[in-house]
Write a protein that binds this ligand. Sequence first.
Ligand code: ATP
Ligand code: MG
Length: 467
Amino acid sequence: MQPLWTFSELSAVFGVAPEGGTDQPVTGISIDTRTLQAGDLFVALKDQRDGHDFVSPAFKAGAAAALVSEGYVRRAEDGALFRVSDTLKALEALGRAARDRLSPDARVIAVTGSAGKTGTKEMLRACLSHLGVTHASEKSYNNHWGVPLTLARMPRETRFGVFEIGMNHAGEIRPLTKMVRPHAAIITTVEAVHLEHFPSVEAIADAKGEIFEGLLPGGTAIIKFDNPHAARLKAIAERLGAKAVTFGFSAGADVCGDDLVLDHDGSTLSVRLGDRRIPLRIAMPGRHIAENALAVAAAIDAIGADIETALSVLAGLQPPGGRGARSVLRLDGGEALLIDESYNANPASMRAALATLASLPRQRFPRRIAVLGDMLELGADAPGLHAGLKDAVEDAGIDVIFACGPHMKGLYDALPKSKRGGYAQTSSLLQPAVLSELRGGDAVMVKASNGTRLGAVVEALKSKYGN
Ligand SMILES: Nc1ncnc2c1ncn2[C@@H]1O[C@H](COP(=O)(O)OP(=O)(O)OP(=O)(O)O)[C@@H](O)[C@H]1O
Ligand SMILES: [Mg+2]
């Protein structure tokens, strides 16, 4: 296999010759010395900290070269330096070069949406890896540096590329999708999140719709059918000359899920695509996950890949940590089920997770416990959006609720006393009450934005009651 980049390719992209060091193959790209691998090109970005402070440690850790600003002062331990006027712009150029060198047979998919980007991207990664060399974003690397970094890391022999693209403001997705140049672009859903920077949910839909501006000619725009903004997104796609394909559980959807059966460890459905019907088993529970899988099916179909083989992988794919991962806890009186949703939360995903908890069989899990923490970045609507979950908690038949954070207090106080298990401002103050409440036969779901730190409660439960 050829290296990710050679020095001469890097020189051509950056427009400068390397200074010092020895010519060697570059096998990866790093922006963080804590995860740097020997052979990486270290890119000194200015974000929360200035990456230039870490150039020498990067060489000590085995970096092959570093991309630095012109003014950087070389230190004794430094190796080959590529000096440029703007390291982020140079990283973007490297990303574009990686995209340009892909074979004409390669296919690229971009994913955005108010919830479910990472989950959908990971399903696509798993499905497409089964068919050929697949490269996908790490974690949620979906912003102004995450997207070019993911592109720059893309091996030349990549057959399928999958990119998560995110945003907090209008205008952020446009330049990123134009770097990615996808054959198919998915908008998982449009919901009232990140309202801080938008006048309306329509404005959010328009900002997500920017993803279609990067589609290659003849590309496919993949849109959720059962969403109030579907027609708006379809109009954007059609104005751009893209082919619009909808997915969902309603009869009018182009890629349509039928006969959905949800069970405690997954779902079964059939996917209708034109006159084809594909049976599908998904090992991750939840209607919303099955709906995302329909978007995955639409994208795989749009790029002309073998859809049945690709989708068969979903029967064995487990949810990642913090996003629905399940574990069994052993208590004196029997076993309890722990559902870890501590990584991410917004009103849409809270409702989806509560509905998934509600789909567990009562005979097997007689008591449903929800440990809910603050959803962050909701702006002025935060109090209403938290208190507004009352219906969802009631509909899901939650027996005991624990709440964490100032916003969740609103929901907690609105619930009947008989259901209130405990409230605390912080995760560490809430933890003891949750640990002592748990009994055999409970199903406990922990969900909040990552910043609320309910992951610590999950860890405490696992270390006290895990295997
Ligand atoms: N279609 C959906 N509708 C509602 N909730 C969803 C949907 N898909 C996934 N979720 C839930 O949303 C949460 C976040 O999922 P995920 O991490 O995939 O989202 P994301 O869009 O990548 O988030 P981020 O913006 O933080 O990168 C999870 O709890 C997941 O179960
Ligand atoms: Mg994500």
